[in-house]
Write a protein that binds this ligand. Structure first.
Ligand SMILES: C[S@@+](CC[C@H](N)C(=O)[O-])C[C@H]1O[C@@H](n2cnc3c(N)ncnc32)[C@H](O)[C@@H]1O
Length: 195
């Protein structure tokens, strides 16, 4: 693995991005040490395709792709400016095993992916104090609608599917997914579909 100075700290990594996005970093972007742990769990076998649901400016996918070069990481993100920032950071890092798609999760077929990462993407619909911008609609109904969609999609995935959640309310997790690990404080959780 080529050691990239960008990955020496979160502060260093954030220098890949325009300053106007950095106010989002502490609240909305996965810290590098969490991305490393989650990526190791999700990339248990070579060649797997992993989807970050709500990939923001791409920090999780880019870090995961760097730490696990034998797997491919895809991010789906509803905000175009964040997808553009993710693409620019990817170019600067010259990371080949990642891709960003500008779309809503509801236009995404989860059957195309093996495993999933989810950092509480829908919570912005409830949390008026920490919204990223005013460019997308927010509502309690959307929160429930997105959770139900993700729950149904995850239910259809085969046994052995892995899911890593960071700060999840767990509304999106079907009972067929069992908790199999995570961090001591419980903010990062690992799940595996049993049946
Ligand atoms: C907490 S941020 C996580 C960013 C990234 N996963 C990371 O960990 O660095 C959640 C992102 O999910 C996106 N998001 C929320 N609802 C979405 C939806 N229905 N479809 C696509 N993206 C969505 C938001 O725009 C936001 O950028």
């Amino acid at each position: 693995m080529i050691t990239q100075p960008w990955f020496s700290s979160d502060q260093q990594f954030h220098k890949l991005y325009p300053v106007e996005l950095l106010t989002q970093a502490s609240m909305h972007w996965t810290p590098l040490h969490i991305a490393k742990k989650a990526a190791a769990f999700l990339a248990a076998e070579k060649g797997k395709k992993i989807l970050d649901i709500g990939s923001g400016a791409g920090k999780f996918c880019l870090a995961a792709a760097y730490y696990q070069p034998e797997c491919f990481f895809v991010g789906v993100e509803q905000r175009k400016n964040l997808v553009e920032a993710a693409n620019a950071a990817q170019q600067a890092l010259r990371i080949p095993n990642a891709e960003f798609i500008h779309a809503n999760l509801k236009e995404t077929d989860l059957a195309r992916y093996d495993h999933f990462y989810f950092f509480n993407a829908f919570f912005e619909n409830l949390d008026e104090g920490h919204r990223i911008d005013t460019n997308v609609p927010y509502s309690k109904d959307l929160y429930h609608n997105y959770n139900r969609y993700l729950y149904r999609q995850l239910s259809k995935r085969p046994a052995g599917t892995r899911l890593a959640t960071f700060h999840s309310t767990q509304h999106e997790i079907p009972p067929s997914y069992h908790e199999v690990g995570g961090t001591e404080d419980g903010v990062l959780k690992f799940w595996e579909k049993i049946s």
